[in-house]
Design a protein around this ligand. Structure first.
Ligand code: ZN
Length: 200
């Protein structure tokens, strides 16, 4: 809906307008709808990306659910807090992703009861832990440190990472090209090795 419809103006709209936008979106023919009831990521002072921040009011969510149900489709939500989970269940949603992720607060007993009563699908969604874990480094993680000294807690490189770094640095295309020159100029492989040892 963000890309095809109203974009980031959606949360600013009244419940009725949100419902109208949802009707327009559902008319485009999606199989189901998933909306972000709360933010993503760490608690940082930014306009988006906060687990405990609710993006929509219960009234807006109710209008969305109504619009999607009128089209005979399922509406699910991205929730990352006990409160977000509560309001989507109460607003008539069908399911939620990452319902096990409620930050430092457990799911409310009343919400669990309501989920059971309504046969609400609570998907624990692997990958999001019940408690936020410190970010682990992987090839897809963006380095957040610059030239400053990296705090000890964030240092997780091993000797193997260092070996990889050296191996990669020593075996670049430039090395291969430069290494090919002596042979291209007529030296044998072994003589080109000695040449490199003595000259470079
Ligand atoms: Zn999600």
């Amino acid at each position: 809906m963000f890309e095809l419809n109203v974009g980031q103006d959606l949360p600013w709209k009244s419940p009725e307008e949100v419902g109208q936008e949802m009707r327009k979106y559902v008319a485009l023919g999606p199989d189901f709808v998933k909306i972000g009831a709360s933010g993503d990521g760490k608690l940082v002072n930014s306009e988006i990306g906060q687990d405990a921040v609710l993006r929509f009011s219960p009234e807006q969510l109710r209008e969305m659910a109504k619009a999607v149900h009128d089209a005979g489709k399922i509406i699910q939500a991205h929730t990352t807090s006990a409160e977000a989970l509560r309001i989507v269940v109460e607003s008539g949603f069908d399911m939620t992703q990452h319902c096990a992720f409620t930050g430092p607060v457990p799911m409310y007993e009343a919400t669990i009861k309501l989920m059971l009563d309504r046969k609400f699908y609570c998907v624990g969604s692997a990958g999001l832990p019940a408690e936020p874990l410190p970010a682990r480094s992987s090839v897809t993680t963006i380095e957040v440190h610059g030239v400053e000294s990296i705090p000890d807690a964030d240092r997780d490189a091993s000797v193997l990472d260092f070996v990889g770094l050296c191996w990669g640095g020593a075996n670049s295309i430039a090395t291969a090209v430069l290494g090919a020159f002596p042979i291209m100029f007529g030296l044998s492989f072994w003589r080109s090795r000695t040449h490199r040892w003595f000259v470079s």
